[in-house]
Write a new protein. Structure first.
Ligand code: CA
Ligand code: CA
Ligand code: CA
Length: 184
């Protein structure tokens, strides 16, 4: 997503935010302005801020592994990690994203939001359903379009790097075709 909103809006949970919550101890709230991002997990914990290049699209990715570890990536770069406060999701999980103007007018654009099990690296199985089908190809194609030989397409496409050499290129596409629809 990207936003033109000023960082002075951040105390008002504006200009943009995405909140992952559920009935449990663990929550993640990202408050995003044009050049600054705030992560709030819990007011009792440190609240880190990150600088981003202003008014450009940026990608935010949060991974949580059981109760052991979470990782936050911005544009594929690890910016924060640590021990979660508990399991996630718990009951009634939700993802709430919004744009808001408190005192300063702004424009916010969300491109896409995804949620789900983290796919196995190199599996080609984006949606972790145990098959390789057209739905997986839809996202594989996106990784390939952003990739190429020796590219780094970031943690969001590790599942599409079939030969596990760090990129998503036409070699991976050839391998993807070989496993397409071959598993249940
Ligand atoms: Ca699949
Ligand atoms: Ca390659
Ligand atoms: Ca590859």
């Amino acid at each position: 997503m990207k936003t033109s909103g000023d960082s002075s809006e951040i105390p008002f949970t504006a200009p943009a935010s995405i909140a992952l919550g559920s009935l449990g101890p663990t929550a993640y709230l990202l408050v995003i302005s044009s050049d600054t991002v705030k992560l709030n997990r819990d007011n009792q914990l440190p609240i880190p801020f990150f600088q981003i290049a202003p008014r450009l699209f940026h990608q935010y990715r949060l991974e949580q592994y059981g109760v052991n570890h979470y990782f936050l990536f911005i544009d594929g770069e690890l910016v924060d990690d640590g021990v979660p406060e508990g399991p996630y999701p718990a009951d009634f999980p939700s993802v709430v994203f919004r744009a808001k103007s408190e005192l300063v007018t702004s424009m916010t654009e969300w491109d896409y939001i995804r949620w789900g099990d983290i796919p196995t690296p190199g599996s080609g199985d984006f949606d972790s359903e145990g098959d390789i089908d057209t739905r997986d190809f839809f996202y594989f194609d996106e990784c390939l379009n952003n990739g190429g030989p020796d590219s780094n397409v970031g943690p969001g496409c590790v599942w599409a790097d079939i030969d596990q050499d760090g990129d998503v290129d036409f070699k991976d596409f050839a391998d993807f075709q070989l496993i397409f629809n071959t598993t249940e």
